[in-house]
Ligand binder design. Sequence first.
Ligand SMILES: [Cu+2]
Length: 277
Amino acid sequence: MLSGWEALPESLGTYSADIDKLFWDITWLMTFSFVVSTFVMIYLFGAFTRKEGVKSLYVTGESGKQLMLIYAPLALFVMFDMYIDVSTAAVWKTVKTELPKGDVKVHAIAQQWAWTFVHEGDIAVVNELHVPAGKVVHVELESSDVVHSFSIPIFRLKQDVIPGRIITAWFQSKDFAAVKAGKKNHLTRYEAGKGQGTVLAPPADEEGTASFDLQCTEMCGVGHGIMSARIILHSQESYDAWVASNRAEQSEVSGDDAPAEEAPMEEGAAEEAAPAM
Ligand SMILES: [Cu+2]
């Protein structure tokens, strides 16, 4: 049973509410169109069914009244289309064609079936994207094998990741206090043996962080279903501390006087050195 079911996840990005508005506009326009056309069709089946002693009509659709019946609904649907096209174009421009100046840049490498995020200071982490809340983040997306899709549901961001190209996606979360206040305290997700839609408590956040789902949304092979990751939004202080401590750890790993086998390797840290950017 889907207890705790919600239509959409939290909306915590600067443009996520615009995308939700488009989603609901299109949903209601299509629902209206579907319901009206279905009822008209059912009515016509009954009204114009074969009747004893009544000859069928030969309708050419040329009289003024008949033309009205054709063009009035057509005009209505064209208006719906125009409304959707115009409002979509405005949001598309914001999300996809205009890249605002970035505060933070992350390089993301998709492969079957994991994400490697190379943060500032060459901090490479597998399946964990760390960013400061409230800042414009540029994510340079690259694939080392097949087409993947980078998706962060709370921002309503989706971007295909294409081998041979580097595509820059961007997002900006609400500020940290708003993110914390907006985070729902449950996740509806799959857990083996319990079935789809099981309500689970999310993993506990560390002080100064809030974590959310990040996933691949392109069928990219047999392990596609396990290609999920986390985005960890930090308060500015927490982010600065995270960068400082991980940068120090990484330089210890690569330092001449620190033998690699003694260097602490954080769980989830990349096995290999960060690729040159
Ligand atoms: Cu994938």
